[in-house]
Design a protein around this ligand. Structure first.
Ligand SMILES: Cc1cc2nc3c(=O)[nH]c(=O)nc-3n(C[C@H](O)[C@H](O)[C@H](O)COP(=O)(O)O)c2cc1C
Length: 318
């Protein structure tokens, strides 16, 4: 069973990935949030930091490219190969309006002829194995059979399916039945938040050779480890991970940026605790590292770990 960490822009950055890697097991590949090349092939400082092999040392990372121009894709893939990466992932799933308006990410799914021309060029001389992460359509799930037929014409190294359309973003239940059309191996992604649901999904879908976990793994950083048969989350392990992450961000970022990022992180991690509402509310008002540390210490001291931690959208949005 393959267990991959989904790319999550603004969450699973290089610092996060390496701290996760040294605190928890179970993840075979960490997918980097997308890099979006422009015609000049100049990358933002953030993208350069993400791609820097020193920031990814010891972590099995797969860079992801968001593009609709095969030349930019090819040049970026060659650059990533020269930096030492061994595989590239193509993003055909991003639902963001600014991305789809440029016919990138899931925006390409709405233009099959353009997608085909792009994939023809991308797979003509791939410098590295290229996997694809896709949704099942743009407007509606009925697009999937034709889209799948198109994708199957290309020698992707792996296919990762998030069975929602672009219009659905992340709402509603994923269309898991769409995965049954596959007569070959694929990886499934979407709404798997406990080890039990991972196992259940895999037992019910024999063609799925693994899963990619996103929000569930951020909310419970031991989820992949537990799904792989290792230890479930403990309070000590969560505290060590949290403190390691906080310290590591402090090494690289200004304090206000660290507090902002850790606040977001705690929205996910609060899914692990019972009775954390008071602390979650208090964290909203925090502006300094000192205040943040005080409230988080209270949370770890006073709130019990849930018997079954799992991502909770209501907590994230509250
Ligand atoms: C905040 C956020 C950022 C994301 N960034 C990316 C990204 O950069 N590339 C990508 O392919 N998917 C991205 N995704 C989608 C996730 O990789 C994943 O497909 C989605 O969260 C569904 O999986 P889950 O239910 O296990 O979370 C993002 C999702 C979220 C919530």
């Amino acid at each position: 069973m393959k267990l991959y960490f989904a790319p999550m822009e603004g969450v699973t950055d290089a610092i996060y990935r390496r701290v996760h890697r040294r605190n928890f097991g179970g993840v075979q590949k960490y997918f980097m949030p997308f890099i979006s090349p422009s015609h000049s092939l100049t990358f933002s400082r953030k993208e350069q930091f993400e791609m820097d092999p020193r920031q990814n040392a010891g972590v099995p990372v797969v860079p992801q490219i968001l593009a609709n121009n095969a030349n930019y894709f090819q040049a970026t893939a060659e650059l990533l190969r020269d930096l030492g990466y061994q595989e590239i992932n193509l993003n055909l799933g991003c639902p963001s309006g600014t991305v789809t308006a440029k016919v990138k990410g899931s925006g390409l799914l709405r233009e099959p002829d353009r997608l085909r021309a792009f994939l023809d060029a991308v797979y003509a001389h791939p410098p590295l194995p290229i996997s694809i992460k896709t949704r099942i359509g743009y407007e509606q799930p009925g697009e999937w059979p034709r889209l799948l037929e198109l994708l199957l014409d290309y020698p992707f190294s792996e296919l990762i399916i998030h069975p929602r359309t672009r219009q659905e973003f992340y709402s509603g239940a994923p269309h898991r039945e769409a995965c049954s059309l596959l007569q070959r191996e694929y990886l499934y992604n979407g709404d798997l938040f406990t080890a039990q649901t991972v196992h259940q999904f895999l037992s019910e879908h024999p063609q799925a050779c693994g899963v990619m976990l996103g929000r569930g793994l951020v909310a419970n950083p031991a989820l992949a480890q537990e799904a792989a048969g290792g230890p479930a989350l403990t309070l000590d392990a969560l505290r060590s991970f949290h403190d390691d992450l906080y310290r590591e961000y402090m090494r690289f970022w200004p304090e206000t940026a660290v507090v902002g990022r850790m606040h977001l992180m705690m929205k996910y991690l609060c899914s692990c605790f019972d009775d954390s509402t008071v602390y979650r509310r208090a964290l909203r008002k925090v502006t300094t590292g000192e205040e943040y540390e005080r409230i988080v210490s209270g949370l770890f001291r006073e709130c019990p770990l849930k018997a079954q931690p799992a991502f909770d959208l209501d907590i994230l949005l509250s």
